[in-house]
Each structure stands twice: as C-alpha cells, then as structure tokens.
Design a protein around this ligand. Structure first.
Ligand code: 0O2
Length: 227
C-alpha cells in the first residue's frame, strides 16, 4: 500500500517537473542537479557536526542543539522561479536560486551562532557568497536569524563542482517564534491578523531579551569556580 502511494507521488512529481522544464532540459539532468545539492548539504552538515563534536569537548556543552536539512521540493523550486521570472532551465535554477539546499542550525545561545558561523567560514574550502544578519538587524516583523549562503566543492566520480547551500542559524527561542510566524503565511484569512502580527513582534522582542539574559546567566555559571 505504502509503495503505491509512493509511486503515485513519483508520477506526479515527474509530470510536474516535465511540465515546467517543457522539453528544454531532461528530468535526469534536473534529478542529477538535485543530487549534487544533496551532496553539498551533506558536506556542510558533516562540517557542522565535526565542529559541534570538537567544541562540545572544549566547552562542556553542545554549541548547537539540533540541525535540520532539506532539499527544496520541485514544487517550491518551480514556484519560486515562476514568481521571480527566472527561465525554466536547470542552468537558471542553479544560477539564481541560493536555497535549494538548506540547513538550519538551532543553538541554545546567540554567541554560539556567531562562533559556529565564524568557524565554518574559516575553512579553506568554504566561500561566503552572501550574509544576512537578521539578529543584529531584525526584519520589521521581528524575525531573527543569521543567514549564510556558502559555496562548497563536491567531489563526484567524474567532476568537482562548487555548490551553494543556505545555512540558517537561530536560537531555540527564535526557532519557536519563526515556526509559529511561518504558520501565518499559510493562512489566507486570519481574524485580527494585525493584532497577531503586533503580538508576534512583541514576543520577538521578549525572546531577544530572554536569549541575552540566559547567555549572561550561562557566563556567570561558567565563570564561577568549581566546587
Ligand atoms: P522556506 O519554506 O522556509 O524555504 P531568497 O531566498 O534570497 O530569494 P529572501 O527573502 O531575500 O529570499 O531570503 P532571506 O531573507 O534570506 O529568507 C530566506 C528564508 O529565511 C525563508 O525561506 C525562510 O525560511 C526564512 N525567513 C525569512 N524571513 C522570514 C520571516 O519573516 N519569517 C519566517 N518564519 N521565516 C523567514 P522561504 O523560501 O521564504 O521559505
């Protein structure tokens, strides 16, 4: 039963991809490119896991709590290309989309975000393509996270290729906020939407204060002498 549901999904995806590519590119090329993004995502995830393992020994705590990875679905890839008037080709997809491979790193404390980002960017096979610091400069709705677009080479059987990956860093509290705020985007009609937005903005400010105070408490605990 499960298998047939999977097959139906596969057929739908295939039809959808063929419709968008409209004979300009093969579905095999599209799939191979997504596979390459997956490899790049694995490269970056491994780098972050290695840093977490090393730093957890030095600091006696984990710099990040959770790491989530995703490859953008064909539906959202084509949706974004259509919305931004990007030609429906695999080349254009690679040239203009930065978030096909996405990693979200969830930390307990804001200073761990910057430490991890700096350690990742210091690696000599990583190139920073773009940086958006929505923690230092939050979005008007209160959204906070550090976004990096990085390029990393992947080594395949027959080629070495630089690939772009979006890495989002945020605290547990910022992630909690962003998940709830994200739900609003999928609701067309919300009663009192403005008052909910105002409440969310207020909560984002509280979260920023809470993150800062928790970090200060941690520093005091770490600075205290051992028993
Ligand atoms: P999804 O479904 O999470 O992938 P760009 O991606 O560069 O074309 P933009 O807006 O310039 O578009 O990029 P930016 O600001 O770096 O944001 C990219 C992603 O950050 C979003 O991806 C969200 O995941 C997250 N994000 C940005 N702003 C907000 C916000 O106000 N609220 C929440 N909850 N998340 C946000 P997508 O593609 O929009 O969505």
């Amino acid at each position: 039963m499960e298998k047939s549901v999977g097959n139906m999904q596969e057929i739908r995806n295939r039809e959808q991809v063929e419709m968008f590519l409209n004979g300009k590119d093969s579905i095999e090329k599209f799939r191979r490119t997504l596979m390459q993004y997956e490899c790049a995502m694995l490269e970056i995830k491994t780098k972050l896991d290695v840093l977490n393992t090393e730093l957890s020994l030095q600091k006696s705590r984990n710099p990040f709590e959770t790491i989530k990875c995703r490859i953008k679905s064909p539906e959202s890839i084509f949706g974004k290309m259509e919305k931004n008037n990007i030609p429906m080709t695999v080349e254009a997809m690679e040239k203009y989309l930065n978030d096909i491979a996405g990693i979200r790193v969830i930390c307990s404390f804001p200073d761990d975000i910057y430490m991890l980002a700096d350690c990742l960017l210091a690696q000599d096979d990583i190139t920073l393509v773009a940086r958006k610091d929505y923690i230092k400069k939050p979005k008007p709705n209160g959204y906070r996270s550090l976004h990096l677009i990085v390029e990393v080479p992947i080594f395949l059987t027959d080629e070495k290729k630089p690939m772009r990956v979006e890495v989002q860093f945020r605290t547990i509290a910022m992630d909690f906020w962003a998940s709830l705020e994200h739900k609003m985007k999928y609701k067309k009609h919300i009663d009192k939407a403005e008052s909910i937005s105002n409440e969310l903005f207020y909560c984002a400010e509280l979260i920023a204060q809470l993150d800062g105070r928790m970090q200060q408490i941690r520093e005091k605990i770490e600075g205290a002498p051992e028993l």
